[in-house]
Design a protein around this ligand. Structure first.
Ligand code: CA
Ligand code: CA
Ligand code: CA
Ligand code: CA
Ligand code: CA
Length: 373
């Protein structure tokens, strides 16, 4: 996230509007569709810019026991029940930092089949990998992640930006990890004896500047990468791919779509191969929606306006799921980090997917029945 001063400079220079640096002012482009969140998560326990990226773990049999996982950049992973309350934390030693988090289901590790939760650890320069055993509920009624391994990233590359990829072709599981130097490295995650995993370096995709948002489309075999000041790139995600990344969309001075930074990326699955690619346009406090299938046409842009909870601005990470998450979210949810929470420290806001779908004309697809796990 940019500093308040830089933010105000950016707004006043590029849009020609003066703003008060004392408080945030949500700027957005004409035509973006307002939708309201119905829930916000328990605020992070750290001051300043701390909440960053969400993921959602969908419970195999009881959607209401699903977990919204959020990173606290100063502390670890926060685990939220579907009413937004905090039900657990993965707390790191002081000074350790997680930035982005992602989930994949049903990966065989030793004698068990685990759901994988992974995050990049900016202090240890590693990818930390956790397993959730869906058959092992905790005292909260939802199973909690347990460490199953880590991948150390070799110097001189820092880790910044992260996403998982499960190949539909081979079933293999991969991690893509970014760097402020623009390097995205791919690692294969392999199961070892004794319920542990290891990582093996596969290859590198190189971009010109800082990358963070990463999301893979498992069915199509693509990885999307957000180069924060440039745009959204796409490349084949298979380990033996040699194609050069190509731009899906880029930041243009005249707008009106992506405004720097390009931050979180997420995919709505309406079917095996259909749905939407969504990007957080941090500089305009908006989310840009493209078709999931080529040529990734722009379908519209929405923002999260104030409703029963406050509006959302300066979003870093986003997540979306089509699958039911219980009571308030029978047809999935869009989850966004909020840079300014009106009644506390930073948190995440949840919007029922149908609210977003019905804001569009024609409406976006809604399919809570397509199973990703
Ligand atoms: Ca994520
Ligand atoms: Ca960033
Ligand atoms: Ca971020
Ligand atoms: Ca807010
Ligand atoms: Ca609030």
């Amino acid at each position: 996230m940019k500093s308040a001063l830089l933010r105000c400079l950016y707004i006043s220079v590029s849009v020609g509007i003066l703003c008060s640096c004392a408080g945030q002012r949500a700027m957005h482009s004409k035509g973006s569709l307002p939708v309201a969140a119905s829930l916000e998560t328990h605020p992070v326990a750290s001051t300043g810019d701390a909440a960053d990226d969400p993921a959602v773990w969908v419970h195999p049999t009881d959607p209401a026991r699903s977990i919204v996982i959020g990173t606290n950049k100063q502390r670890g992973l926060m685990l939220h029940a579907m009413d937004g309350s905090l039900i657990g934390e993965v707390t790191l030693p002081q000074g350790s930092r997680y930035n982005n988090v992602d989930v994949r289901y049903g990966f065989p590790v030793g004698s068990r089949v685990l759901d994988i939760v992974a995050s990049e650890n900016r202090s240890l320069n590693s990818i930390d990998i956790y397993g959730i055993d869906p058959s092992d509920p905790s005292t909260h009624g939802s199973p909690l992640p347990l460490s199953v391994g880590e991948i150390i990233i070799e110097a001189p590359y820092d880790v910044y930006g992260f996403g998982l990829y499960r190949s539909a072709k081979t079933g293999a599981l991969f991690a893509f990890v970014g760097s402020k130097l623009g390097r995205v490295a791919q690692y294969r995650i392999e199961a070892l004896e004794g319920d542990r995993v290891r990582g093996e370096f596969v290859r590198v995709l190189q971009f010109d500047s800082q990358v963070e948002g990463i999301v893979a489309d498992d069915a199509h075999g693509w990885v999307f990468v957000g180069e924060e000041g440039r745009g959204i790139w796409k490349a084949s995600a298979e380990p033996d791919a040699t194609d050069a990344p190509r731009l899906v969309d880029e930041i243009r001075p005249e707008g009106p779509l992506l405004r720097p930074d390009v931050e979180g990326l997420a995919i709505y699955h309406a079917s095996e191969r259909g749905g939407y690619l969504i990007a957080s346009s941090q500089g305009s406090n908006e989310y840009v929606v493209y078709t999931r299938e080529e040529p990734h046409n722009h379908l519209g842009t929405f923002r999260i306006a104030a409703g029963v909870v406050d509006d959302v601005s300066e979003t870093d990470g986003i997540e979306v799921t089509n699958m039911p998450l219980g009571g308030g979210f029978p047809a999935g949810a869009f989850i966004a980090q909020d840079g300014y929470n009106d009644d506390g420290l930073q948190n995440f806001k949840l919007v029922p997917w149908p609210r977003i779908a019905h804001a569009f004309d024609p409406p976006l697809m809604i399919n809570p029945d397509f199973r990703r796990r």
